[in-house]
Design a protein around this ligand. Structure first.
Ligand SMILES: Nc1ncnc2c1ncn2[C@@H]1O[C@H](COP(=O)(O)OP(=O)(O)OP(=O)(O)O)[C@@H](O)[C@H]1O
Length: 899
C-alpha cells in the first residue's frame, strides 16, 4: 500500500538522535533500542510531554554518528552556518519548507511489526555510555517521526519513520539532550525534460525489477514483495523515494548508506543506487545458483550446509573473505600444495578435493575422503633429513653403543661408506641388511645406532604375528575404517622420506594366511628396483621408498621365505661368550641400569666375579637381556639400601645440615656388590653347570644343538628293555632327527660284532631287546641331522656299558657308511657348549675352518677340539680308548686293538 506522504511540518530546531552504525533513510520504518545515556533524556521528555496519540507529531533528527577514525579520515561537514555557505556537499540551503518525505511502507498495514521494519542488531544498538562529540555527527541526516515509544530494559524501544533528508546547520543545545538547527532537503520534482534523468530512471526501473524478481526466488514474504512491486510502478514519479527504499533492503555497509543519504541530488542518488543494486543482483544470482542446486527435499543438516556455502560464496563475491576464517577446503588445499606432491599424486588429490567440495560434511563419504586427503597432506613426499655420512663418526657411535661385534660393525661401516659414495653419484640402491641372531644380542639396538650414526630418524616396525598382508600394505578404501599399512604409518610418524626402518622379527611374519601373504608384500618393499613405486592399498598412489634404509632382524633364517631372504644381505650376530658378557655388563649394562635407577655413577659398584656369577648362575641365554634384568635387580636392591641409609641420616641431622646431607651419600651405605652379596640379593642360583656336575652314565651323551634362539647343549639318553628289536623315539623329534636315529641304530646293529657288542658277526645286538632314544626338554621341538654321531655314541655306550664323559660334546651328521658330514651353527654351538662347561668337542673335519675363523680365541683356548671324518674316529675320541673294537671298518686296518 502506497500512501501519500503525511504533511508533517519539520521544525527548524529538532531534538537530535545520533545513531552509531546505522542510517535511517526517508520512507523507511525502523525499530531501535535506545540505551545510550545521552539519548535517554530526550525520550524521557517525549514520554512526559506527549500523549500517545500525539506521538506522531514529534519530529526527531536522526543523524549517523561516525566513529572518530572515520571522522578523521573523512572529515564531516562542518556544522554549517545558517546561511549555508559552508555546505560542502553542494546542496543549496533550502528555505524552511516542509516537504514530506516519501510514504513509508508498512507491510501488513502496521508500522510497528512489519517485515521491512529494520530489526535491531547489535550494531544498531546505541551504546550505553558514550557522550556524543558533536564533531562526530554526520552533516546529513533524516527527519523522523515517532511511531511508537515504549519503556524497555535499560532504556526505550522506539519505532521511527524516516520522512525527509535534513542538513545539520548548527548544534543549538547539548543538554539535557542534543538539539540542532536543521534544514530539510526534500527531493525535487522530477524534471521530465531532463533526458539524462529520464534515461537514468529507465535504467533504475529495469534494474529494480530484476532485483525484486530475484528477491522472489529467495522466498521473501509475499506481502513485502507485493509492496515492492507496486512501489516500483511509481519509479518514474518518485525515483528518489524508490531508491531510498531499495537501499534500505539491500545488503550494504553503513558507509554506502551514508553516501545514499548524502546524495541529495536525484541524479547522483540514482547513479549510486544503480551501482549498488547491480552488485546486489550479482550476489543474489550466485545465491540463486546455490539455491537451485539444493532444490528438493533437504534435511536440517543439508540445509545448514548449503546455507553456509551460500554465505561463503557471497563473502567471496564481496571480497570480504578474511584469511583467518578460511574454510576447511582452502586449508586442505594449502596443506596439499605445501606437501609438494608428485604429479601423479597431485592429480589424485585434486580429484578427491573436487569430490569433497561437492559433499556435505555430515555424509560418511565426506569424512572418508577428508581422512584420505589428510593422509596425502601429512606424508613426507619431498621431505628428507640431511644424511651424516661420516664413517669415522659412525665407527665411534657403534663402538660407544656396543661392545665387540667387530665383524658386524665392519660390515655396517662398509655399508655406510658405500652409501656415501652412491649418494655422491646420486644413485642410492644399497642392499638391505638383515641382522640374524638369538634374542638380546643387540640387533634392535644396532639398528638404532646405525640411524643415530647417519643422523636419520629411526622407526621400528614389529612384525611378530603379522598375518595379514593389509597390515603392511593397508586396506583398500572401500573397507569401512580402512587405513594405510605399517610402512606408510611409519613414514607419517617419521615426517621424512629417508628414515631407518627396522623390520623387527621378519622371520615371525606369518606366511600365507586367509588375507594374502604378508611376506609377499615385503618382496616389493625390500626390492630396491621396485620400491620406488610402492603402492599402499589405501593410498592407491605410489610412494617412493627408495630413500628409506631398511634393516631387518631375525632370530633364524629358516622361516624366512627364500625370495625374501634373497633380497637381503644377512649379517649373523652369534651369542656372547661369558667374557664378552662380562665386558658388556661392565661397560654398558651396569652404567645404564645405574642411570635408569636415578643413582650416581659411583653409587653402585659390582665386582667382576659378582657379575660373572650373575651371568653364569642366573642367566642361560645367548644374548644379554636376562643379564641386564638381573643387573637391574642388583641395582634396585642397592637403590633401596641407599635411600634407607639417607633417610636414616636425615632423621638424625639438624635442619642446617640437611641440605648438605641430601647431596652426600649416606655414610653407612656400602656401594660395592661382592660375590657374597649376589646370592643375598638375587636368591639361589638358578642354573648349575649342566655338564661338569653331571656323573657320566652309560647310554647318555652330550650333544650340541642350535635353533632360532641360539646354541645349547642337549643330552641324548638311550635305554634298552626286553622286547623284539623295536626302536622308540621321544622328545618332540622331527622327521630328520628320527631318520638319524634309525641310521645310527642300523649302523650299530650292522657293526655290533666289530665294536665288540656281540660275540659273533651274525648276532643281532637287539635280538631280545627294544631300544628307546629320548632327548630331554620334551617341550622343545628338535630336528636336523646334526645329532647323528651323538646318537651312535649313545647307543654304543649303552650296549657296551661304557661311559662318555659329560664334558665331551659332539655334533655331526652321520651316514650309513659311517662317514661324518659337516653341520651348521658351529660358532653358536661351540660358544653355548663352552658356557655350559664342555671341555672337549668332537665335530666333523670339514667344520674345522668354522672353528678357526668364527669361534673367539678365548673359547678355543678352553676347549679341546677333535675333528673326525669317520665314525670310528668319533668312537675312539668319545670313549677315550675304553672301547674294545675288533675291526675299525674298511678305513682302518686295526684288528682286535683298543681304540
Ligand atoms: N654388544 C652389546 N653391547 C652393549 N649392549 C648390548 C650389546 N648387545 C646387546 N646389548 C644390550 O642388550 C639389550 C637387548 O638388545 P636388543 O633389544 O637390541 O636385542 P635384540 O637382538 O634386538 O633382541 P630381539 O631379537 O629379542 O629383538 C639392549 O639394551 C642392548 O643395548
Amino acid at each position: 500500500m502506497i500512501r501519500a506522504g503525511p504533511s508533517v511540518p519539520i521544525p527548524r530546531t529538532v531534538p537530535l538522535l545520533p545513531l552509531p552504525d546505522k542510517v535511517l533513510l526517508p520512507g523507511v520504518v525502523t525499530r531501535l533500542q535506545i540505551t545510550r545515556r545521552d539519548s535517554l533524556p530526550l525520550f524521557e521528555k517525549i514520554l512526559r510531554s506527549y500523549d500517545s496519540r500525539e506521538l506522531s507529531k514529534c519530529i526527531i533528527g536522526v543523524f549517523p554518528l561516525r566513529s572518530p577514525q572515520d571522522s578523521a579520515s573523512a572529515p564531516l561537514a562542518s556544522v554549517p552556518s545558517p546561511n549555508g555557505k559552508s555546505d560542502t556537499r553542494g546542496s543549496k540551503p533550502l528555505a524552511d519548507l516542509i516537504i514530506p518525505g516519501p510514504s513509508p511502507v508498512y507491510p501488513g498495514g502496521g508500522a510497528s511489526e512489519g517485515q521491512l521494519v529494520t530489526r535491531m542488531t547489535n550494531s544498531g544498538r546505541a551504546g550505553t555510555k558514550n557522550e556524543v562529540n558533536p564533531a562526530h555527527i554526520h552533516s546529513t541526516g533524516c527527519a523522523a517521526r515517532l511511531v511508537r515509544l515504549e519503556r524497555a530494559v535499560g532504556g526505550f524501544t522506539v519505532v521511527l519513520e524516516g520522512l525527509v533528508r535534513l542538513r545539520l546547520n548548527k548544534i543549538v543545545s547539548q543538554s539535557p539532550f542534543l538539539e540542532a538547527d536543521v534544514t530539510p532537503l526534500p527531493d525535487k520534482a522530477v524534471d521530465k525534460t531532463d533526458q539524462e534523468l529520464q534515461d537514468q530512471i529507465v535504467t533504475l526501473r529495469s534494474i529494480s525489477r530484476e532485483f525484486v524478481s530475484l528477491l522472489q526466488t529467495l522466498k521473501l514474504p509475499a506481502p513485502v514483495l507485493a509492496q515492492l512491486q507496486k512501489f516500483l510502478d511509481n519509479v518514474a514519479l518518485m525515483p528518489g523515494q524508490v531508491v531510498d527504499l531499495l537501499m534500505s533492503t539491500i545488503e550494504s555497509t553503513v558507509e554506502e548508506k551514508i553516501t545514499i543519504l548524502d546524495a541529495v541530488d536525484l541524479k547522483d542518488r540514482i547513479h549510486k543506487a544503480v551501482e549498488l543494486l547491480t552488485r546486489q543482483i550479482h550476489v543474489l544470482k550466485i545465491s540463486q545458483k546455490v539455491h537451485d542446486n539444493v532444490e528438493g527435499k533437504l534435511n536440517k543438516k543439508q540445509r545448514e550446509f548449503y546455507l553456509r556455502q551460500q554465505m561463503a560464496a557471497i563473502k567471496v563475491e564481496l571480497g570480504e573473505k578474511d584469511a583467518g576464517e578460511e574454510d576447511e577446503m582452502s586449508v586442505m588445499e594449502q596443506r596439499l600444495s605445501a606437501a609438494n606432491l608428485p604429479p601423479e599424486v597431485q592429480k589424485a588429490a585434486d580429484r578427491e578435493l573436487k569430490r569433497l567440495r561437492k559433499m556435505q560434511p555430515s555424509s560418511s563419504e565426506y569424512s572418508v575422503i577428508r581422512n584420505y586427503l589428510d593422509w596425502l597432506a601429512d606424508l613426507p613426499w619431498a621431505v628428507s633429513s640431511e644424511d651424516v655420512l661420516d664413517v669415522e663418526k659412525a665407527r665411534r657411535q657403534l663402538n660407544d653403543d656396543h661392545h665387540g661385534l667387530e665383524k658386524v660393525k665392519r660390515r655396517i661401516l662398509e655399508y655406510l661408506a658405500v652409501t656415501k659414495l652412491q649418494q655422491l653419484k646420486g644413485d642410492i640402491k644399497g642392499p638391505i641388511l638383515c641382522l640374524v641372531g638369538p634374542p638380546g644380542v643387540g640387533k634392535t639396538s644396532l639398528g638404532r645406532s646405525i640411524a643415530t650414526a647417519m643422523g636419520r630418524k629411526f622407526h621400528r616396525i614389529s612384525l611378530g604375528g603379522v598375518w595379514d598382508e593389509s597390515e603392511i600394505r593397508g586396506h583398500r578404501r572401500t573397507y569401512v575404517g580402512a587405513l594405510p599399512g605399517l610402512i606408510i604409518h611409519g613414514l607419517k610418524k617419521c615426517e621424512v622420506n629417508n628414515p631407518v626402518f627396522l623390520l623387527d622379527e621378519i622371520d615371525k611374519v606369518g606366511s600365507r594366511g586367509h588375507h594374502g601373504d604378508p611376506s609377499a608384500a615385503f618382496l616389493e618393499v625390500l626390492d630396491p628396483e621396485q620400491n620406488s613405486t610402492f603402492t599402499d592399498h589405501y593410498l592407491n598412489v605410489p610412494f617412493d621408498l627408495s630413500k628409506v634404509l631398511f634393516i631387518a632382524t631375525a632370530n633364524s633364517l629358516e622361516t624366512i621365505p627364500g625370495p625374501l631372504l634373497d633380497r637381503m644381505e644377512t649379517i649373523t650376530i652369534p651369542g656372547y661368550t661369558y667374557a664378552e658378557k662380562l665386558a658388556i655388563a661392565t661397560n654398558h649394562l651396569l652404567p645404564k641400569q645405574i642411570r635408569q635407577h636415578g643413582l650416581g655413577e659411583t653409587d653402585v659398584q659390582v665386582t667382576q666375579d659378582a657379575l660373572l656369577k650373575v651371568a653364569t648362575g642366573y642367566t642361560r641365554e645367548s644374548g644379554v637381556r636376562h643379564l641386564e634384568r638381573e643387573i637391574g635387580s642388583l641395582v634396585r636392591a642397592k637403590a633401596v639400601e641407599y635411600a634407607e641409609a639417607q633417610e636414616k641420616r636425615l632423621s638424625q641431622t639438624t635442619t642446617e645440615e640437611e641440605e648438605q646431607t641430601r647431596s652426600s651419600p649416606a655414610a653407612e651405605y656400602q656401594p660395592l656388590v661382592t660375590l657374597a652379596d649376589v646370592e643375598d640379593i638375587l636368591g639361589q642360583e638358578k642354573f648349575v653347570n649342566e655338564v661338569t656336575e653331571r656323573v657320566p652314565v652309560p647310554g647318555v651323551v652330550t650333544g650340541m644343538a642350535y635353533n632360532g634362539v641360539g646354541g645349547g647343549i642337549l643330552f641324548i639318553e638311550v635305554s634298552q628293555m626286553p622286547g623284539k628289536g623295536h626302536l622308540q623315539l621321544t622328545g618332540s623329534l622331527g622327521d630328520v632327527i628320527k631318520e638319524s636315529a634309525q641310521i645310527a641304530l642300523s649302523w650299530v646293529k650292522s657293526h655290533g660284532y666289530d665294536i665288540g657288542l656281540t660275540n659273533s658277526p651274525g648276532q643281532n645286538v637287539m635280538e631280545k631287546a627294544d631300544v628307546h632314544i629320548h632327548m630331554p626338554s620334551g617341550g622343545t621341538p628338535k630336528d636336523g641331522p646334526s645329532a647323528g654321531i651323538a646318537m651312535v655314541c649313545a647307543l654304543v655306550s649303552m650296549f657296551s656299558n661304557q661311559t662318555v664323559p659329560s664334558t665331551t660334546a659332539m655334533t655331526g651328521e652321520f651316514t650309513l657308511r659311517g662317514l661324518v658330514m659337516p653341520v651348521g651353527g658351529i660358532k653358536e654351538k661351540v660358544i653355548a657348549a663352552h658356557r655350559a662347561g664342555v671341555r672337549k668337542i668332537i665335530m666333523p673335519l670339514r667344520n674345522q675352518k668354522d672353528v678357526t675363523s668364527d669361534v673367539p680365541a678365548n673359547v678355543r683356548e678352553d676347549i679341546e677340539f677333535y675333528y673326525a671324518s669317520t665314525v670310528w674316529e668319533v668312537l675312539r675320541e668319545a670313549f677315550e680308548g675304553r672301547l674294545m673294537v675288533r675291526s675299525a671298518g674298511s678305513s682302518a686296518s686295526i684288528v682286535d686293538s683298543r681304540l
